[in-house]
Design a binder for this molecule. Structure first.
Ligand SMILES: Nc1ccn([C@@H]2O[C@H](COP(=O)(O)O)[C@@H](O)[C@H]2O)c(=O)n1
Ligand SMILES: C[C@@]1(CO)OP(=O)(O)OP(=O)(O)OC[C@H]1O
Length: 167
């Protein structure tokens, strides 16, 4: 089989005094996401989808929230490591699709920069990354602006043998 699919989900609480970072982009807002790391919920969901596609567990296994090493971690650095793991097993990203569920702020204008940052980290083309946004129509914790959730799906494809490198 030369394709694998994985899905990822993450949610973080919105609190005062924290930055709001999504896809490596800091977005100006009144509240930000709480977490042991930078709480970049979009990048976390993508990492879990990549790991899930290869049945490699989840991000908590590689970067335990109990480990002080990951306090305030830049999630793009973690993504780089997950990408290396995936590539070392002979796989590369075919495409990613994701949905940010957030009541506020509007994500639309930030999405091109998120795609660029993620693509740069993953060494792929921004066209391989889909990021959409929706509100939760004021329903539930996300609808009450208590948090932001992200769903992601990743398709992995086998790296052609002649372009495989050892990591
Ligand atoms: N945080 C968000 C939420 C939504 N958008 C954009 O608005 C459109 C309409 O959202 P609904 O939840 O009302 O359907 C959506 O398709 C997005 O284009 C956004 O940018 N940021
Ligand atoms: C990357 C990690 C590292 O602590 O980030 P957190 O901010 O703790 O976020 P969460 O999605 O709850 O768990 C994943 C962790 O492994």
């Amino acid at each position: 089989m030369n394709i694998r699919i994985g899905n990822g989900y993450d949610i973080h609480r919105l609190v005062l005094g924290r930055p709001l970072i999504l896809g490596g982009v800091e977005i100006s807002h009144t509240v930000g996401l709480l977490g042991h790391s930078d709480a970049d919920v979009l990048t976390h969901a993508i990492m879990d989808a990549m790991l899930g596609a290869l049945s490699l567990g989840d991000i908590g296994h590689y970067f335990p929230p109990s480990d002080p090493q990951w306090a305030g971690a830049n999630s793009l650095i973690l993504l780089q490591q997950v990408n290396q793991l995936v590539r070392s097993q002979g796989w590369q990203i075919g495409n990613i699709d994701s949905v940010i569920v957030a009541e506020k702020p509007k994500m639309k204008s930030h999405i091109p920069t998120m795609r660029d940052k993620l693509a740069h980290t993953l060494e792929i083309d921004p066209n391989q990354i889909g990021i959409k946004a929706t509100t939760n129509e004021q329903l539930g914790p996300v609808g009450r602006e208590e948090g932001i959730a992200v769903y992601a799906v990743v398709l992995l494809i086998v790296v052609p043998e002649k372009t495989q490198s050892s990591f």
